[in-house]
Design a protein around this ligand. Structure first.
Ligand code: ADP
Ligand code: MG
Length: 692
């Protein structure tokens, strides 16, 4: 009997209506119910004496009703007092009907469950759950035998029903247990059945803290399985591409590649050369390349991408270069033109904001193949875009695209079973433990060396109260011929608010710095306007650029040597690090001023200290992971790509190696379990190639 094939409607009390509600929680089978795990627990296993209740906890106690009256002080409410041998407690109801009032008869015995608060007359519960347990002489029914789970629910689905449903599912689990899919039988590991029973109905002596923190073996067992499932799902995607082929592209002997490298005004760093070699090796096989380059801000990823492009174009294929924003696409367009036009390669572009005529022209030359390198935003991969012969796709700042988008990209530019090679680049280095999971479908290359002659960036933290001083500093840097970034940050996602904050800052700065030409870039501006503002800054027509975090990545202005970041306490370390990387690209010493609001918490202080201590993006990422968790760090929280139900990459770091090992074993020894595991944990959300 496979629990994933038994519909919830087989559980007692679950009819079509309830089944529909459960579906909203992605629960359709008995197995789904079992994997719908509690958020927290209530302890109803013992009854407290009223005198022993602790304010702030949820507890069960019982007593005899001493009085029940409606009072009109402030808000109409029903106040009931109960007493046991140790003291009295007030029950307060704001919503009640006459029937409820009538039931609260003096002398009746009730058991209550609720959060204990400090009321004016001592302990108090507001809207407790009340159970009548008969007259003083009846034996009270037992309190709960296990801790009471509190589940995530949806509108119209109550905790009580959820508890009944899970109880029913647990009955099934006790009867049939071939639920085990992991090949683990080593000591100390508990069975899946045991883990699920514990998590859904913990015995009174189970340490709840350990369950909630996830250190309990039951949670660890589930987390391990989830990590295995995640890994398998990511790899299934990769594997499904294995029947597909990509063009075979000869390596670094290619003359176009040679021309590109010799035309550079510098020589490649060892790290750049190593990564280019890794890419070149991938390209010479028909197996589709899926490689991620991680390289700190300024590590020179662009030229590595250009080298890869040269290899593909040299072999007669087209290349698509995609960035997540217009402004970055524009920047790449400039860089690629600079690299390729002198050696006779045509670089064109396509974004959502092109005019109709230009767009038609671009589409035409992509289709016929006269555009050898196409740079753009995701507009590059809309349905009506056709390439003559796309051999390589380069995606910059890949972490901004979710896994799904990354997968969708793979389908593009394919003819039959032929897909382009794919190279992705990210300037947000992530810790290895994390990349092992997040990017299990990719091969990783790391550029861990900066080009020589980089200036050290001096990082200082200054409270907003000294804003005037900072503005003066901006003024004098500009007088010395330097250029300055002023970055406004808001925690709100709203581009409207962000834009208005930037406009306000610009207003303020222009009042204090008369005669200074100031540019403005924010997400509400049109592509052309942003392009214009960036171009003016790059050309030194403006000396001060006020911007929102849209300038976060990719912008290269070597003469800029000072960056001010407002409300630095609101940004993640990796983001600060990237912003800081806007300066220090030229010959002069650069400074990054982190402005912060008011009194700093210890946490903020620590963060600033880290920023001052190191400029190593990997080290910063490691700390960021500790401070903010994986979702924030990867920037995929919204896309849900790394949403684990139970596993926590930081907490469960120790499980990652085991998960990897188990996933490998399952793939070779019991491949029939792969789909079952994935469905169990990821259900309909599992990414599937060709289905995104
Ligand atoms: P990122 O990795 O942040 O995208 P870029 O590719 O924009 O970095 O490179 C940053 C700057 O470093 C550019 O101005 C680029 O021309 C320069 N650069 C790249 N590689 C080298 C190198 N090997 N030697 C000197 N300068 C380099
Ligand atoms: Mg870049």
């Amino acid at each position: 009997m496979d629990l994933s094939e038994i519909p919830v409607t087989r559980l007692s009390g679950v009819g079509p209506k309830l089944a529909e509600k459960l579906l909203r929680l992605q629960i359709s089978s008995v197995q789904d119910v079992l994997f719908h795990l509690p958020l927290r627990y209530q302890d109803r296993t013992r009854e407290f004496d009223i005198g022993d209740l602790v304010v702030g906890t949820e507890a069960v106690c019982s007593g005899v009703i001493v009085s029940a009256n409606i009072v009109y002080r402030g808000r109409r409410s029903l106040i009931c007092t109960i007493a046991d041998h140790s003291g009295e407690m007030t029950l307060r109801f704001f919503h009640f009907n006459r029937q409820q009032h009538n039931k609260l008869q003096e002398g009746a015995r009730v058991r209550c469950f609720g959060e204990v608060r400090r009321g004016s007359q001592g302990a108090e519960m507001v809207h407790p759950e009340v159970q009548f347990i008969g007259g003083a002489n009846t034996v009270a029914p037992v309190v709960a035998e296990t801790l009471t789970p509190v589940y995530p629910v949806t509108e119209g689905l109550h905790q009580l029903s959820m508890r009944k449903i899970t109880a029913g599912a647990l009955e099934y689990l006790r009867k049939v247990s071939p639920l085990e899919l992991l090949p683990i039988h080593h000591q100390g590991s508990i069975s899946l059945t045991e883990a699920l029973l514990t998590v859904h109905r913990p015995a009174p002596d189970v340490p709840v803290e350990a369950l909630l923190e996830g250190s309990h073996p039951a949670i660890q067992r589930l987390a391990l399985e989830e990590l295995v499932a995640h890994r398998l799902s990511v790899q299934r995607v990769r594997h499904s591409g294995a029947q597909q082929q990509s063009p075979v592209i000869p390596g670094v002997d290619s003359s176009l590649y040679r021309q590109l490298i010799t035309s550079l005004p510098f020589s490649l760093t060892n790290a750049q050369q190593r990564v280019i070699d890794e890419i070149a090796a991938d390209l010479t096989t028909p197996q589709p390349m899926l490689r991620l380059i991680q390289g700190d801000v300024g590590s020179g990823k662009t030229i590595v991408a250009a080298a890869a492009a040269a290899l593909a174009v040299g072999a007669g294929y087209q290349v698509a270069v995609m960035a997540p924003t217009e402004i970055l696409a524009e920047q790449h367009l400039l860089s690629f033109r600079e690299c390729f036009e002198p050696i006779g390669v045509s670089v064109g572009w396509l974004t959502g904001k092109l005019g109709a005529r230009q767009r038609r022209e671009s589409l035409e030359s992509m289709r016929t193949g006269t555009m050898q390198i196409a740079v753009g935003t995701h507009a590059l991969f809309q349905a009506d875009v056709e390439f003559a012969d796309l051999g390589l796709t380069i995606v910059d700042e890949q972490h901004r695209f979710g896994v799904d988008q990354r997968l969708a990209l793979r389908g593009k530019g394919s003819h039959g079973d032929t897909v382009p090679h794919q190279l992705t680049m990210t300037a947000t280095p992530i810790p290895r433990t994390l990349s092992m999971t997040a990017y299990a479908d990719l091969d990783c290359s790391i550029i861990d060396e900066l080009p020589p002659g980089r200036q050290q960036i001096n990082t200082v933290a200054i409270p907003t109260t000294r804003r005037r001083e900072v503005i003066e500093r901006v003024g004098s840097a500009i007088e010395e011929g330097r250029q300055v970034y002023w970055v406004c940050t808001l925690i709100e996602e709203s581009e409207v608010l962000q834009a208005s904050a930037a406009e306000d800052a610009m207003q303020e700065l222009s009042e204090h710095l008369p005669g200074v030409s100031i540019g403005l870039v924010h997400g509400r501006m049109k592509g052309v306007e942003k392009e214009q503002a960036m171009a003016e800054f790059k050309a030194r027509d403006t000396c001060l650029l006020v911007a929102t975090t849209v300038i976060e990545v990719g912008v290269d202005v070597p003469n800029a040597s000072l960056i001010i970041i407002e409300n630095a306490e609101r940004l993640g370390l990796s983001q600060l690090h990237q912003l800081r990387g806007r300066v220090g690209r030229g010959a002069v010493d650069s400074t990054c001023v982190l402005m912060f609001e008011g009194g700093l918490s210890q946490r903020s202080r620590d963060r600033i200290a880290i920023m001052r201590e190191t400029t190593d993006g990997f080290a910063i990422a490691e700390r960021d992971l500790e401070l903010r968790g994986a979702g924030e760090l990867l920037g995929t929280r919204q896309t849900g790509a790394m949403n684990f139900r139970i596993a926590d990459l930081l907490r469960d770091k120790k499980l990652l190696e085991t998960a990897k090992h188990l996933a490998d074993r399952i793939r070779s020894e019991q491949p029939e379990c792969i789909d079952q595991l994935i469905t169990r944990w990821m259900g309909e959300d599992a990414p599937e190639y060709g289905n995104v």
